[in-house]
Design a protein around this ligand. Structure first.
Ligand SMILES: Nc1ncnc2c1ncn2[C@@H]1O[C@H](COP(=O)(O)OP(=O)(O)OP(=O)(O)O)[C@@H](O)[C@H]1O
Ligand SMILES: [Mg+2]
Length: 339
């Protein structure tokens, strides 16, 4: 069992990331842990501002170095070529090592494709440049490969010579996906990849990612508010609240047997695409506290409907409890100490 678990591709342990601002210290990520195995999809969910994107950007070291600091924790990444494990939390933020991994072994697609597509170069030239940066191909070979990638994402052939602004939102998302996947990353980070798209295009992009994932045996970290997308794509789910991963497990465990009061509230508050239940949505009472404040103990206790104050304000509550194999929850209700 243990050896299975050690086959991880990415393992984040107790990550803590702070921003130093004029208003004070923003505790964007306080305690995030998650494990992604090769070829699997990990869904990352949680209300707006809970630290999903900061966690993703920490992996690729894309955070502003002047204001942002990884305070503690590990981001262990296993390189697929030689099995070497690198702690991405410790590498130089813009050094050669992370640049050789970024866009090559770990790629990212964003909600807004124009963040990674330049408006002044054709789609083809941008993909060719990405390919040539990481693979030893001649320009003509790289162009042929770019055409192949565009075909793989079901874009018409002539898109190769188009500028991104001439494409529709869905086509841009496909072009960015083609660029991200052109170097065969072992991990793709997709941060709200379909939020800006209409429902039909959303479904097409998700299908596309799933089929490319199988072809390339690539793992995906899927960040989304859309629980339907999670149900469609993810093998496992991590739920974040105020910078902490409060629960993680298989999709079935999280959807059918949510344990953390926050997960239970979140599932009741967000529609599930394709779900047959017509239950009323119930927002979680209260709002997410300001990330500038330091909260001892469970960060959700201020909004928690079941918190009895029996130690929830203490430090003990932060230990993860494994209630069944692979199902972890950070809540005193499930701790032996509370029984
Ligand atoms: N550059 C920055 N400077 C200061 N604070 C920041 C910065 N970037 C993010 N934050 C703060 O870090 C916290 C986590 O933000 P993050 O973008 O990771 O949230 P998120 O879960 O991705 O939310 P959303 O679902 O809205 O995308 C928020 O409180 C946010 O205001
Ligand atoms: Mg975000």
């Amino acid at each position: 069992m243990n050896t299975e678990r050690e086959k991880y591709l990415l393992k984040i342990n107790n990550l803590k990331v702070h921003f130093h601002t004029l208003e004070g210290t923003v505790r964007a990520v306080e305690d995030a842990s998650l494990t992604i195995e090769p070829g699997m999809t990990m869904g990352l969910v949680g209300e707006s501002g809970c630290g999903k994107s900061v966690t993703a950007h920490s992996i690729l070291r894309l955070l502003p170095t002047r204001t942002c600091q990884i305070k503690s924790g590990e981001i262990l990444f296993r390189r697929q070529g030689n099995n070497e494990v690198i702690d991405l939390a410790k590498v130089e933020p813009d050094g050669e090592l992370i640049r050789s991994i970024r866009g090559h072994e770990i790629a990212m697609v964003f909600q807004e494709p124009m963040t990674s597509l330049s408006p002044v170069f054709t789609v083809g030239n941008q993909i060719i440049e990405a390919i040539m940066l990481h693979r030893r191909l001649q320009p003509q070979e790289a162009r042929e490969y770019a055409a192949e990638m565009l075909k793989a994402v079901a874009l018409p052939e002539d898109v190769i010579d188009e500028y991104p602004y001439r494409l529709s939102g869905g086509q841009r998302q496909r072009a960015m996906t083609a660029m991200a996947l052109s170097c065969h990353p072992s991990l793709l980070i997709a941060d709200e990849p379909t939020t800006a798209l209409d429902v039909t295009t959303q479904a097409q992009i998700i299908e596309l990612l799933k089929s490319l994932q199988q072809q390339l045996h690539m793992a995906i970290l899927m960040i989304t508010h859309n629980l339907g997308v999670i149900a469609e794509t993810a093998d496992r789910v991590a739920v974040m609240y105020l910078g902490r991963v409060v629960e993680s497990g298989t999709v079935k465990q999280i959807f059918d047997n949510p344990l953390h009061p926050y997960t239970i509230g979140l599932l009741k508050s967000i529609p599930r695409m394709g779900s047959e239940t017509k239950k009323r949505l119930a927002p979680i009472p209260g709002s997410v506290p300001d990330p500038l404040t330091v909260i001892e103990g469970c960060a959700f206790r201020l909004r928690c409907p079941v918190c009895k104050q029996k130690g929830c304000d203490g430090k003990d509550v932060l230990d993860a409890v494994e209630t069944e194999p692979e199902h972890f929850v950070h809540c005193l209700l499930y701790s032996k100490r509370a029984r």
